[in-house]
Design a protein around this ligand. Structure first.
Ligand code: PLP
Length: 451
């Protein structure tokens, strides 16, 4: 490959990075990743990094699995593309749909494929509205979502998401989507106990339904654990209360499992970890461990059977793409054969939880929490009062992330939170290495702030 500086110059001149101030990045130069194996990335200078984020929360089985490359090549030779519109289907898409119906809980037996999580959430918006229209209640159109939730970057996905920085640009949200507060106890819970706060935040759903009129509400969407919002783990009281409210008012529940699906919380789906019963689950990322772009909606009998009564005028060229579907099937086969989900629950997540919690003694750390293979730290100037960094909430996290990168550890920051979500196959030794780099990062950030 060309020298790093040459690659960086080309990148800066022509490549627009998502979620990035490209002018600032261009001046500094992107880190160019060239290869990866297991949980480790290699850059164009030959440095090796621990990928604490599994790419973007997606490389669940780790990098470099030859079987997935073989599955892709085999499928490309046999049938590289065909569509699933109208009256045609093909073996990879139908086999994957059947396999997902087997894995998904309850009567989530039907799959509408998309190319990504954002596209799948756009599908969900249209599907729940069409469902109520076919039920003779077309005025039930409003979807309730949460502030600081993340559901993608399309007009629909970005609108369901409650990211203020996204809503500030490009005309989001689209009409018919409203937001309630997130169950973020450490940051917003004040003097309440986590349990009381979880209940209060869940009851905002009921208040919002009553304010809008239940006859106008189509669905509630949420991530079992908010990922991009900063790995916000809800108090235990939150989800049972949400389920009670959804049941009481008969609105549809959409669990966005794009991150929490496929083992991240120690079950195949996060909904199982929290014992919730969604009507639709959004999936992507870990479905193929990120080896191919694929997403979708897993839909319950009632919604799918209703939608089936009329033509659903919606779909993507790459819905059920055969190569992506073949790779996803092979990914799921490996995950099952190697018992990866069960191992997360019995070994890897407990090990990570203990190691991660050890960071709580650091003077900068307000809380160090994890659920399954998602973990986060709150950075604080004062632990006792759960104080937030005042000026620009992004600053301290940004500094920490830069040190982390310098320490060859990929962590992400969201405002004043540092987060990880490593490949599910990470070993105890690699978790130890990750923790020691994270601690060094915290020490450097602490020194930096005192300068
Ligand atoms: N939903 C959640 C919960 C996500 O975390 C993401 C991506 O991070 C998406 C949806 C959007 O998925 P994609 O980036 O594949 O469009």
């Amino acid at each position: 490959i060309a020298p790093t500086a040459e690659l960086q110059a080309l990148d800066a001149a022509h490549h627009m990075h998502p979620f990035t101030a490209n002018a600032a990045l261009g001046a500094k130069g992107a880190r160019i990743i060239t290869r990866a194996s297991g949980v480790r990335l290699t850059d164009s200078d030959g440095a090796e990094l621990i990928d604490g984020m599994a790419g973007l929360w997606c490389v669940n089985i780790g990098y470099g699995r030859e079987e997935l490359a073989e599955a892709a090549a085999r499928q490309m030779r046999e049938l590289p593309y065909y569509n699933t519109f109208f009256q045609t289907s093909h073996v990879p898409a139908l086999t994957l749909a059947a396999r997902l119906a087997e894995l998904a809980p309850g009567d989530l037996n039907h799959v509408f494929f998309a190319g990504s999580g954002s596209e799948a959430n756009d599908t969900n918006i249209r599907m729940v509205r069409q469902y109520w229209a076919l039920k003779g209640q077309p005025e039930r159109r409003t979807i309730i979502a949460r502030r600081n939730g993340y559901h993608g970057s399309t007009m629909g996905g970005g609108s369901l998401g409650g990211m203020a920085a996204m809503h500030a640009q490009g005309g989001l949200p689209i009409p018919g989507i409203v937001h309630i507060d997130q169950p973020y106890w450490w940051g917003e819970g004040g003097d309440m106990t986590p349990e009381a706060f979880g209940l209060a935040r869940a009851r905002q759903l009921e208040e919002k339904i009553l304010e809008l009129g239940v006859e106008n509400v189509a669905a509630f969407i949420a991530e079992p654990v908010q990922g991009a919002g900063g790995v916000i783990i809800p108090p235990d009281s939150y989800w049972p209360e949400i389920q009670r409210i959804v049941d009481k008012y008969g609105i549809l529940l959409i669990a966005d499992e794009v991150i929490t699906g496929f083992g991240r919380l120690g079950h195949w789906f996060g909904s199982q970890s929290y014992d919730i019963r969604p009507h639709i689950m959004t999936i992507a990322k870990g479905l193929s461990s990120g080896y191919q772009p694929i997403g979708g909606s897993i839909v319950c009998d009632e919604v799918a059977h209703t939608i089936a009564q009329d033509e659903f005028n919606h779909g993507y060229t790459y819905s059920g793409h055969p190569v992506a579907a073949a790779v996803a099937l092979e990914n799921l086969r490996i995950m099952e054969e190697e018992g990866i989900v069960a191992r997360v629950q019995s070994e890897t997540a407990p090990y990570l939880a203990k190691a991660w919690a050890s960071l709580a003694d650091h003077p900068l750390v307000g809380e160090a929490v994890s659920r399954g293979m998602m973990a986060s730290l709150a950075l604080t100037p004062d632990k006792a009062s759960r104080a937030r960094f005042a000026s620009d909430p992004g600053t301290v996290g940004f500094v920490a992330r830069e040190y982390s990168f310098g320490n060859n550890l990929v962590m992400r920051h969201v405002g004043d939170r540092l987060i990880i979500a490593p490949p599910l196959v990470i070993t105890p030794d690699d978790i130890d290495a990750l923790i020691s780099r994270a601690r060094k990062t915290l020490d450097q950030t602490h020194d930096h702030l005192r300068r």
